[in-house]
Design a protein around this ligand. Structure first.
Ligand SMILES: *Cc1c(COP(=O)(O)O)cnc(C)c1O
Length: 393
């Protein structure tokens, strides 16, 4: 076809070459290694003179199909798929940074990313400075002669703060830093960091990309030269994605566009409705006009995403009661599922911290994070409303 296909169509139509069985849907290539008819063919594969598959730690047709679709969606030159989001984040840092290098990292990042940066990078002599999402001057002040990479998420979890991608893209370019963006919360359907100058985009495919709470997976896409270094690191250290999970995730990408539309519609509808609830102090969602960074959201996102937060007037105790009163929504340590999920960080994931420590990372006592599923919005809203009623103290 002469016309270049839209990325959404590519995510549906990119496919491994059909086998002699002429299957319509991609078969599962559940094999650890691949056969060579001649020693010469094996030599040339190992010498990188051919694209033949050798061993599934290096490449596999299901994994290649998944990553080709992700490259199309993100507008990236190359990519590599990993076993989890964390192995993608870990590999994107450890493959490119060395002892003596410095990383600037947004202070509100996913919990394990925070531990990776503050505890493990340091152990290998890689320095880091954490900067607040909304303080542009702090990012400028953090630049040092040995700074090599900038790492961030937007929207952040669970505070839903935004980082202006246009601004940070120019910032990274000016200082010649590798810009590495975790695009898990938005997905490429809502936001494409590469269009704003990101060099690398990482994902937890476990969330919206799978979208049904079945498998773990990770993605790294971006500039070909950087991805090649990451590929060589991964090929030798082993965080590869399994063919089965890649097969699932590749099928998931065929429906990502329609799913994200419904997730975003539901999230916006619920966020708007709950703004008027007597038990709710405030609602935070990037596409509500009273979000402090609404203008940035409109500039860089096509819709507000599937996650919103509410602050309960009753605080900590109300949050606990709210979780216990839910009948439809699930209480589970995940997000980005077809089933709506609620979490109350203060009484669960962050319960070991003191109130002051929690507030320092943006976790207020009555903060509830909702991941809007694909159920009918009226059913989700009715469950949230009855739980709010019961949680009132
Ligand atoms: C879940 C998550 C991760 C980690 O992904 P895993 O697949 O669980 O390893 C990283 N970043 C963000 C924003 C996440 O939500």
């Amino acid at each position: 076809m002469s016309k270049k296909l839209d990325p959404v169509t590519q995510a549906i139509r990119i496919q491994t070459p059909r086998t002699s069985q002429k299957e319509h849907s991609t078969p599962l290539y559940l094999t650890s290694s691949f056969i060579f008819e001649e020693a010469e063919a094996m030599r040339s594969a190992f010498a990188d003179e051919s694209d033949d598959n050798i061993y599934s730690r290096f490449s596999n047709p299901n994994v290649d199909e998944f990553i080709a679709k992700m490259c199309a969606l993100e507008g990236a030159e190359a990519g590599f798929a990993t076993s989890t989001g964390m192995s993608a984040i870990f590999s994107s840092m450890f493959a490119l940074l060395k002892q003596g290098d410095h990383l600037i990292c947004c202070s509100s990042v996913f919990g394990s990313t925070y531990t990776l940066v503050t505890k493990y990078l340091q152990r290998f002599g890689i320095e880091s400075t954490l900067v607040s999402a909304r303080d542009n001057a702090a990012w400028e002040a953090a630049v040092k002669p040995n700074t090599k990479m900038v790492y961030l998420e937007t929207p952040t979890n669970p505070q839903l703060e935004l980082i202006d991608l246009e601004w940070v893209g120019q910032f990274a370019k000016k200082h010649q830093l590798i810009l590495n963006v975790d695009n898990c919360f938005a997905t490429p359907l809502l936001q494409r960091p590469i269009d704003f100058g990101a060099d690398l985009v990482v994902h937890s495919a476990t969330k919206w990309i799978d979208g049904q709470g079945r498998v773990l997976g990770g993605v790294i896409v971006g500039r070909a030269d950087l991805v090649n270094d990451i590929y060589l690191f991964c090929r030798n250290t082993g965080p590869s994605l399994s063919p089965f999970n890649a097969w699932i995730l590749s099928k998931s990408l065929e429906t990502l566009d329609v799913r994200m539309q419904r997730h975003c519609e539901n999230a916006l509808h619920l966020a708007q409705a709950l703004q008027h609830n007597p038990h709710v102090f405030w609602v935070k969602y990037p596409f509500l006009p009273d979000h402090p960074q609404f203008e940035i959201a409109k500039k860089q996102m096509k819709a507000g995403g599937g996650v919103f937060c509410i602050e309960l007037k009753g605080g900590l105790e109300a949050g606990r009661k709210f979780l216990d009163s839910l009948e439809l929504l699930t209480v589970t340590a995940n997000l980005g599922d077809s089933r709506s999920i609620a979490s109350h960080p203060a009484s669960t994931t962050h319960s070991k911290l003191t109130d002051t420590e929690r507030r320092a990372v943006g976790i207020t006592p009555g903060l509830i994070r909702i991941s809007a599923g694909l159920e009918k919005a009226a059913d989700i809203l009715a469950d949230i409303e009855q739980a709010l009623e019961k949680s009132a103290v």
